[in-house]
Design a protein around this ligand. Structure first.
Ligand code: DNO
Length: 359
């Protein structure tokens, strides 16, 4: 397992890279460039990022959020041009040492929460929170405005302003797209991109729907084992993999997260993992918790054990942390709680490996 950290670049992330390097066991980043969906990523900008990261003693083998343009998901006639840009970006990243690209195929919204800073009464920390009841009252436009207001001035991944500016039009375009249409458009995308990935030595890793159910009547096709079984079959290749996010899939208690890791790990279809815990508060109602098993409802030991048994070489990162110790960071992406998460996951890993060696 290679422990990595999501970092937004020195212009936008208040966390200096040397702090990331100082987290015990941290080997690299799941990095990103802040680029709108559909553009060809400029090689010089990527190389500058890579140099900065490598100079800090960290690897840059995973890139997150090479976003798929909405026209590709909608299957519009303009999609081929955007797919061409995607392909050039894959080729560029591959020749510069990137092994995995984390992306998603969610219509319009990436992850969604109804509160970005819900205070946890037990200890006064706060975390991302979701209650479907609040969402019902809000509607898509309101949630977008509220999320922007609550983000403390930080851009949030998946909530890029240029995408959301077109929100009303895009929502209308999806009215005639059902899950099967979306899957067909997905297959078209994978058929074009995966052969290029195979040549470039890159694996595509699809992030699940978060939360793990449909929202606002939009089609969503990546939130259960059954969904992912279909996705890996859309284009059968070792380069067509999942970014198994435990907190996203785990938001639905019907998903057996360790079981899913074993299922797809054994098939060698896990390219990367986001590892975090959630606390259920009711039907479609949860908050994000500290990484520890006892602080939430996921069994983090069983999760790490499943990784160790079936995909021990995968890249993982501690995912969304709470805001603790008065940190004023990007919601979900502060330093302190994610660093604690990494330390805890590394501790579990050491114990599991020792256990294996002692057998
Ligand atoms: C949320 C992130 C996601 C993820 C994208 C990948 O915090 O995990 O935004 O990066 O879905 O495309």
């Amino acid at each position: 397992m290679k422990m990595t950290f999501r970092w937004y670049g020195s212009q936008s992330d208040p966390i200096p890279l040397r702090y990331v390097k100082q987290i015990p066991g941290m080997t690299g980043l799941m990095g990103l460039l802040d680029k709108p969906a559909g553009v060809d990523w400029p090689e010089d900008e990527f190389l500058a990022l890579k140099k900065e990261v490598n100079d800090a003693g960290l690897a840059l083998e995973v890139i997150e959020s090479v976003n798929v343009h909405e026209d590709i998901k909608l299957g519009l006639s303009t999609r081929d041009e955007y797919i061409d840009h995607y392909i050039s970006t894959v080729q560029m990243l591959g020749r510069n040492g990137v092994k995995v690209i984390v992306y998603n195929f969610m219509p319009v919204f990436d992850w969604l929460r109804t509160d970005l800073a819900r205070v946890i009464p037990e200890d006064g920390s706060n975390s991302l929170y979701f209650d479907e009841k609040d969402l019902g009252e809000m509607g898509p436009l309101e949630i977008v405005h509220r999320t922007a207001e609550d983000s403390r001035g930080f851009t949030l991944p998946g909530w890029e302003p240029e995408r959301l500016a077109l929100l009303e039009t895009t929502l209308r375009q999806y009215e005639s797209v059902g899950p099967d249409d979306l899957r067909k458009n997905y297959q078209y995308f994978l058929d074009a991109v995966i052969p290029v990935c195979e040549e470039a030595g890159v694996r595509m890793a699809c992030h699940p729907d978060d939360p793990a159910w449909p929202i606002f009547g939009l089609p969503r096709i990546a939130h259960s084992q059954e969904d992912y079984d279909k996705i890996v079959r859309l284009h059968d290749s070792p380069a067509n993999t999942l970014c198994l996010c435990t907190g996203s899939l785990g938001s639905n208690p019907e998903n057996d997260v360790p079981g899913m890791i074993r299922h797809f790990g054994e098939m060698d279809r896990i390219g990367a993992m986001h590892v975090r815990n959630v606390k259920y508060l009711g039907y479609r109602h949860f908050r994000e918790a500290a990484h520890l098993s006892k602080d939430g409802d996921l069994d983090m030991y069983a999760i790490m054990k499943a990784i160790c048994d079936t995909c021990p070489d995968t890249y993982i990162r501690p995912d969304h942390g709470r805001m603790i110790w008065d940190e004023k960071g990007r919601p979900g992406y502060g330093l302190y709680d994610r660093a604690l998460g990494a330390a805890y996951l590394n501790g579990l890993w050491e114990a599991i490996e020792r256990e294996e060696q002692g057998k």
